[in-house]
Every structure is written in structure tokens, then in C-alpha cells.
Design a protein around this ligand. Sequence first.
Ligand code: PHB
Length: 395
Amino acid sequence: MTTTVRTRVAIIGAGPAGLLLSHLLAKSGIESVVIDSRSRDEIEQTIRAGILEQGTVEVLDASGASSRALAEGHRHDGIELRFEGEGHRIDFQGLVGRSVWLYPQHRVLKDLIEVRLAEGQDVRFGVTAERVEGAEGARPRVFATDADGEPLEIDAEFVVGADGSRSVARTAVTGSQTGGYFREYPFAWFGILCEAPPSSEELIYSNSPNGFALISQRSDTVQRMYFQCDPDVDPESFTEEELWEHLQARVPGTTLKEGHIFQRDVLRFRSFVAHELRHGRVALVGDAAHTVPPTGAKGMNLAVADVILLGRALRALLLENDERPLDAYPETASRRIWKAQHFSWWMTSMLHVAPDATDFDRRRQVGELRSVVESEAGRRFLAEAYTGWPLDTAL
Ligand code: PHB
């Protein structure tokens, strides 16, 4: 027997984009149902990036979605760019008067799930969306399978695909699951979590002849680090000692504080933007709409920027019958998306060493890094993008 649920907005995906959107809609009295194929535990335990732009933290705080990000996250006023054995600080506060916050994405998700459930949000875990139909009509539908394997239909006034890079909703918007602009990269990141004190107070983005490394943090006792690797590498193929050698070789001039490595993963990355962000009464947000490589930590921040725009557009549509903000959504969202695509691609290409890099390429890359760190305009460009372009946060 198929169960049919009626709601105003059906949201596929209980990641940061879907949950924040349900939160913002609820504040305007718009009811929604959120579904996700994963369990609550899986969602809360997935390890993702940790940097929130100032605007993201402000939105999470002001909307009541997560006040812990601001209260318990660590404010970072700069980063270090390291190359040829020397570190160069990019002073965000001095350059643009802004900061970023280190607060891991899974903590944002825990906060959001807690707040949504406390407010009585209908969030259904273990429910897999199969397809979306009726984008061109007044009541699009989500066809799904619930946690017991029974068919579930959600009949709504609007459907939002916040269902990540393997989005099911994308087909209803672009005509295919893969329809988009994309590029692949010939490398990946090897990520570790270790039990050690911080090796640096701020993040270190390091370019070296051996490739890229990022030294990030999680707490006083747990650190997150990454080094550039082959996308096909088996995470179990290294001993802990070898992992430390690889990391250490990519941050010349610094001595890392080593400790037990208790988690390891390989992150493949690519750049992707869906050809369309909206078709009729279905729209895409977050990773369903775009993916960025992790250098620069734009992923979740970009999802929040989409959600602010789409939330406003849905308010206008559903409360005032005004379609104009929704019509403008793809164009307005795309501007920021492509700036973030450029920034993430630029940071990636400037810091990583391509497997086929020539001596010319290597020297040019160091020239590029120098032209950033030795110029106030260059440093400011980086600081402005990293801390995030202004969001129109009038929620
Ligand atoms: C992280 O801490 O996981 C992190 C930080 C910055 C990035 C990517 C990942 O650019």
C-alpha cells in the first residue's frame, strides 16, 4: 500500500541545505517534510570540512539554527600559505575585517537536527527518493521508499532537491542525473584524524615539490590533516609512520606534532554545476546543484547561500503568490556559485602539483603564489573570497 503525505514543500536530503531550508521556511509558517535515505547516525557521523564563513555563522546564529557554531567554534583570523619552505600569513582581519569559524559540518548537522526535531519538524530518515514527477504542474510529487521498504509519495506545492552530489531530484530539473558542467582533477586528498595537539594555531595550506598538504584542526587533542594523493590509492595501504612521512614531506619548514591516526579516508574531488537549477516547481540547492573541490572549504557555505535565496523565493511564492524571486533564483544563485567555482579551482590549481607538471609549470606556480602573498591586493582578493562574499542576510 502506498502512503501519500501532503505538505507545502517536500525537501529531499537532510544535509545542511535541506535542514536549514526547512528551518527558515518554518520560521515563516511554511510547513515542509524532509526525507533522507541515510539514518540519523550516518548523517551525524559523516566527516566533512570544518570551515564556516562569517556570513554562514551569522545566519546559523541569527536564525536559531545553530548558536553553538558561534559560541563553541574557533574563530580564525587568517591562514598560512606555505611554499618553498616558508609560511606567509593571510591576515583576514587586517585585510577585510572578517574571519572564518572552524566548526565541523557534522556538528552543524547535529545542531540542526536537534532544533528541527524539537520544533516538531517532519524529518524522515531511511526514506529513499526514487524520482520526482510533475515539475511543470501545480503539485509536484516525490516517489520514495520508506524505511520499511513500503512506497511513499509526497504531494507538495514545491519540491527541493537538497540530496547531494548524486541527486535524484536533478533529473526532474535538468533532464538527466548527470546534466551539468564539470571538470575532474588528477588527484585526491588523503584525510586523517589523529590524536595530537595542534601543529599550528591557524590552517596551513602548503605547496611543496611533493604535492599539497592542509594542516587543519578539530580540538586541543584531535587534528585533521590532508595530503594530495592519487585518486585510486587504497587508504589502508600506508602505515601510520608512512602517513606522517608523507604529511611532513609536504610542509617543509614546519614540524608536525604527531600522534595516533584513528581515521583515514580518500576524498576524490571534482567541480560540477548543474545545467539548470530550477524547472517549474522543482529546484536544486547545495551539492545537488554544484560541487566544489575542498580547497577553500566553500561547499557548505555555498549551500547556505543557495538556501537563503531559495527560502526567500519560496516565501514569496507560497505566501504572496509572487513568482519573481523564484524566476530570479537560478541567475542570482549562479553568480555566487561560479565565483566559488573559480575560487575553489584557483586555490586547487595554485597549491597542488599535477602529475604531469613540467619544470615550467612548477616555477610558474611559485610565481603565482608569490604574486599573491607579496601583493596586498593579492592577499585581499584571497581573504575576501575565503571569508565569503557578502550574503543578503535579511532573512
Ligand atoms: C577541514 O578542516 O576539514 C578543512 C578545512 C579547510 C578546507 C578543507 C577542509 O579547505
